[in-house]
Write a protein of this length. Structure first.
Length: 198
């Protein structure tokens, strides 16, 4: 039997490319924000690989300790995206899990700030046609508008691209397949493995 292997986030990205928010796109990034932060995606219709695989969750971020005295959750990199914005960081910083934080809790503006810093780096590095956000933390839908606003502020007009400047609501989007992105991506990966036999 043919077998396909890839990372969980690349599998989710493949699911979104096959049946979800990345259909008909050649280059996009999928980021999951939950108990950890991971990312995958495609460049020129090929899943992102390299020496190992992309470690998007460990992008280093500026950390202003006067505004956010939290000491971070990542034991390896400290002030990385995952260490400052994944579920354990929310719990460590606020003393409650994300699902217990009200939509108007100050946690979300800080979360949007950190996620926007990470996404801005990805936009400037990979130039994706779309960014798709999934995972448990992103079920807090108020985050999307805050993230989009922060990304525009961080880019500061540098990229004069209508897709970003005028259509950011269609540029940074939720995973269309929701919690099924990874499972459906595994099916798509299996389909590719079978197709490669022919």
């Amino acid at each position: 039997m043919p077998v396909g292997f890839d990372t969980d986030v690349n599998s989710a990205a493949l699911g979104e490319a096959t049946w979800g928010a990345a259909k008909r796109l050649e280059t996009f990034v999928y980021v999951t924000v939950g108990t950890g932060i991971g990312g995958g995606g495609m460049v020129n219709n090929q899943l992102l690989h390299g020496l190992v695989h992309p470690e998007i969750g460990h992008l280093r971020l500026p950390h202003d300790f006067t505004k956010d005295p939290y000491q971070r959750a990542c034991p390896v990199h400290g002030d990385c995206l995952e260490g400052l914005a994944a579920g354990p960081a929310l719990l460590g910083r606020w003393g409650r899990p994300a699902e217990e934080l009200a939509p108007d809790h100050p946690a979300w503006s800080l979360e949007a700030h950190y996620l926007a810093l990470g996404l801005t780096n990805l936009i400037l590095t990979l130039s994706p046609q779309r960014i798709i956000l999934g995972g448990g933390i992103m079920k807090q839908m108020t985050l999307f508008q805050m993230i989009r606003r922060n990304v525009l502020q961080l880019l500061n007009g540098y990229l004069q691209v209508p897709t970003i400047l005028e259509q950011i609501d269609q540029y940074i989007v939720p995973a269309e397949l929701g919690d099924r992105s990874g499972v459906l991506g595994a099916i798509a990966l299996a389909q590719k493995a079978v197709a490669n036999l022919r």
